[in-house]
Ligand binder design. Structure first.
Ligand code: MRU
Length: 365
């Protein structure tokens, strides 16, 4: 997608032909800066500190992290160590484990001398495959938006609520939850997006608003707590969110606060969809609430806030009374019963074991 009119991806090979360049998402929306990762440790740090974030992009960065590790030392021992280090960076999004297992599984039987180039090749393929998955999610999601808009009599405004950032910045291109929105916009459907700010890190206010604005999609940033009120007053036609891990039974784990939006949507009869590629499905899990590890992050994300001051410089300020404790869980689980459907690269299905089995008969148990 575009930044200031220029088509960009979130991750690519740098001008030196081996470093891995990424958009530094900790600087958005204030500055568009990139960072070149030149070691496995730098890739791990970029994931941990959320220079890159969003489930598919974390996976892609992990894959490139293994390529950088193989450049440093292609031994079996280093492959295992790099896999473990990268995997430990963020626990909830399963795309990271998927990508690391995929790359490491291919490298393991190879001679060490072949591993580096094979890892770079596979990491690039993972990126390209993700772009195609997201494009496909967009096409399937577009048909849902079109159907709901037409059913409503093609009003001048169709309101979609989204939480966090599941746009192109969270993937390689297009995004998951936002791909249908971009396609609806391109198809001439007058889509308007309610963008949850998504405290504490404000991925909605900082990233979703930024990328929708860059693409020209009409949107309004709202406080996280406004969604229920808007739904009660008929101002949300549908909600679409992304997912960091979806169980084989259709439970959806996504950014903290998603569950409350799903409850409000359920209470108000608002269709609530999750959009995700197959790399986000954890076939080994059935009960998301009990089984998905929920990342707990530094309390500073909650106690401090960064923004632009009047003179244009960036400042980070403390917003809590001294001594107050904070709890900062990054994700929550929306049970399948609250999810209207899953939008995947293979089509749309019910959020259930049967639904997923219909789309993925070869992997679903
Ligand atoms: C297509 S991305 C889906 C999710 O990764 C997204 O909704 C989300 O929760 C991102 O969380 P983040 O903590 O910013 O990595």
């Amino acid at each position: 997608m575009k930044i200031y009119g220029e088509s960009r991806r979130t991750i690519w090979i740098a001008a030196d032909s081996w470093g891995v360049e990424v958009i530094d998402q900790t600087r958005l929306p204030f500055e568009v800066e990139t960072k070149v990762l030149r070691s496995m440790a730098a890739a791990a740090e970029a994931i941990r500190t959320m220079v890159v974030r969003g489930a598919p992009l974390i996976g892609a960065t992990g894959a490139y992290g293994l390529a950088l590790a193989m450049r440093e030392d292609p031994s079996d021992a280093n492959l295992a160590e790099a896999h473990a280090t990268l995997l430990a960076t963020r626990p909830t999004a399963v795309n990271l484990r998927w990508a690391l297992d995929d790359v490491a599984g291919r490298l393991a039987p190879m001679a060490p001398s072949e591993r580096m180039s094979a890892a770079y090749r596979r990491a690039a393929e993972i990126c390209d495959e993700d772009v195609e998955s997201c494009r496909s999610i967009g096409r399937h999601g577009l048909e849902i938006i079109r159907g709901l808009w037409e059913k409503k009599g093609k009003p001048d405004r169709f309101d979609v609520l989204t939480h966090c950032n599941a746009g192109w910045l969270a993937t390689i291109d297009w995004g998951t939850a936002l791909a249908p929105i971009y396609m609806a916009y391109e198809a001439g459907i007058p889509v308007h997006v309610w963008v949850d700010e998504t405290r504490p890190r404000n991925q909605g206010a900082s990233l979703t608003a930024f990328e929708l604005g860059q693409h020209g999609v009409d949107h309004t940033v709202i406080a996280d707590n406004l969604g229920g009120h808007l739904m009660q007053h008929g101002q949300v036609d549908m909600a679409i969110v992304g997912s960091d891990r979806t169980t084989a039974a259709g439970d959806v784990c996504n950014k903290i606060g998603t569950y409350l939006k799903a409850l409000a949507a359920h209470d108000n009869g608002v269709p609530f969809y999750a959009a995700l590629p197959y790399t986000t499905i954890d076939w080994s899990l059935s009960d998301g609430v009990e089984e998905i590890p929920i990342e707990e992050r530094d309390g500073r994300e909650l106690s401090h806030i960064t923004g632009r001051t009047e003179d244009g410089s960036l400042a980070t300020v403390d917003i809590l009374p001294r001594g107050s404790r904070v709890a900062n869980f990054g994700f929550d689980v929306t049970p399948a019963r609250l999810v209207t459907g899953l939008i995947t690269e293979r089509g749309v299905c019910a959020a259930s074991r049967e639904g997923l089995r219909g789309l993925y008969p070869e992997v679903a148990g």
